[in-house]
Ligand binder design. Structure first.
Ligand code: CMX
Length: 435
């Protein structure tokens, strides 16, 4: 079928049987001990979630349904004349595990364009936000308010059977993704005084439309960048703050708008998605302090001054990764192709040769290598989008693809309410004091 929903309807019964069989065979097997340190340490490494869409390897980085980023770039359908994968194709891959045909991708583009309009009251909410309200707060307000028209919330009130949950969750998830460009475009134009929004062009792909709403569609480079950007930011297995928040809130049968609004609030934190804003602010501060063509020694000293000030070096380190993030590498390759002589890009490259040694010498960070956020802002700035406070909104548009795919599968597989156990320090002390 060219319809994603029809293809899913074929796959879901098979996966329900598959999960049943895996649980029957392995359900009572243990992963190994849980350390007390993991309870205090942000549950790092604790096996706790299931998600087939993407898996993160500490050395190799992310794979979407088993495919690396370069494999996705090679295999997924592209826009006419384009070289980067279409995010529509990645969404199909995340949901089905299959590489879609160009026709299947085109149908998704059309479907999303048809669903893109915002309810008038959501437009009004955004228009009433003071421009001083952070774009991420505006973003989460608007997404939460979309719950007004949730197909899932309505079906639940009407007494839908558990077995049918995934259908209206799918509809809401498609609406959610489809409406994000209009939300992002409206915030951008309102906050930065960029005039009225153009209409969606149903003959164009999702990223072109997003670029057009932001006012950048005349730059083919920017449109291609968005295609790559959304693809690589879409998903990063199940345990990161935004993905896990979406799943957790969705487990209470909150609809996809409520669940994703919550996920966005997590993405808005500086240790997670806000880091891309923080990187650019940090780079600009560095340039204004030590000049645009600073020596390695001056850069090194600046990095040390950040650490000595008790701050993190934004864009470096990761909770899971222990090597350079392949999302960083993909963006670096994009820069080498499209903006090799950009000064800020050169600074990002210079920093790459300096920061890991400094972090190793400082001796705290478990991973001294750059993550995705170390590179994205430089690319956006190159095309004229230099409003850093907006960057995480683009991360938020992208991450919806992964969270939505997870929500659909969770409802299809009947994922239960999440409820891990918490302990008091008194109890821990008592439990282990003589052991
Ligand atoms: N600069 C300075 N110190 C760092 C550091 C960095 N880039 N990365 C880690 N550390 C420090 C930690 O703050 C921690 O210090 P304390 O012991 O004083 O608390 C210590 O090293 C150990 O931390 P870790 O186990 O290596 O890292 P965590 O898994 O706890 O945290 C992360 C991971 C990403 C929050 C952390 O590396 C960090 O703060 N990086 C900078 C912010 C950033 O780039 N975030 C974006 C991540 C990608 C994303 O989600 O978008």
């Amino acid at each position: 079928p060219t319809s994603l929903k029809e293809r899913l309807a074929e796959l879901i019964p098979k996966e329900i049987e598959n999960v049943k069989a895996v649980r029957a065979a392995h359900g009572k097997k243990a992963f190994g001990p849980v350390l007390v340190d993991q309870l205090y340490g942000g549950m790092r490494g604790l096996p706790a979630l299931i998600w087939d869409g993407s898996v993160l390897d500490a050395e190799e980085g992310i794979r979407f349904r088993g495919k690396t980023i370069p494999e996705c770039q090679a295999l997924l359908p592209k826009a006419p004349g384009g070289t980067e994968p279409l995010p529509e194709a990645l969404f199909w891959l995340l949901l089905t595990g299959e590489v879609p045909t160009p026709e299947q991708v085109a149908e998704l583009s059309r479907d999303w364009a048809a669903r893109a309009a915002l309810p008038e009251f959501v437009e009004e909410i955004l228009d009433r936000c003071p421009p001083t309200l952070h774009p991420m707060s505006q973003f989460s307000l608007a997404v939460t308010a979309l719950n007004h028209n949730s197909a899932f919330a309505k079906a639940y009130q009407d007494g839908i059977s558990k077995k049918e949950y995934w259908g209206p969750t799918f509809e809401d998830s498609m609406d959610l993704i489809a409406k994000l460009p209009n939300i992002a475009g409206r915030i951008y134009r309102n906050v930065f005084g960029k005039g009225k929004l153009p209409a969606i062009d149903a003959s164009k792909d999702y990223s072109w439309n997003l670029a057009n709403l932001l006012g950048f569609s005349e730059s083919e480079g920017f449109v291609e960048l968005l295609r790559l950007y959304i693809t690589i930011h879409s998903d990063h297995e199940g345990g990161n703050v935004s993905a896990h928040t979406g799943k957790l809130v969705g487990s209470a049968l909150s609809d996809p708008f409520l669940a994703y609004g919550a996920a966005l609030n997590g993405l808005a934190g500086p240790l997670h998605g806000l880091a891309n804003q923080e990187v650019l602010i940090w780079l600009r501060k560095m340039q204004s302090t030590i000049g645009e063509d600073a020596t390695d020694e001056a850069v090194r000293e600046y990095v040390w001054s950040t650490l000595k000030g008790g701050q993190v070096v934004p864009g470096y380190g990761h909770a899971v990764l222990r090597k350079t993030d392949p999302r960083y590498t993909a963006q670096r390759e994009f820069a080498l192709k499209h903006l090799p002589d950009n000064k800020l890009f050169k600074l990002v490259g210079q920093i790459y040769n300096i920061v890991p040694d400094v972090l190793l010498e400082a001796g705290k960070a478990k991973n001294p290598w750059p993550n995705v956020d170390a590179h994205s802002g430089v690319l956006l700035t190159h095309y004229g989008m230099d409003q850093m406070q907006f960057y995480t909104v683009l991360f938020g548009v992208s991450r919806a693809f992964g969270v939505a795919a997870q929500l659909i599968w969770d409802r299809a597989l009947g994922a239960p309410l999440e409820r891990p156990k918490s302990y008091s320090t008194v109890a821990i002390d008592k439990m282990f004091k003589d052991k």
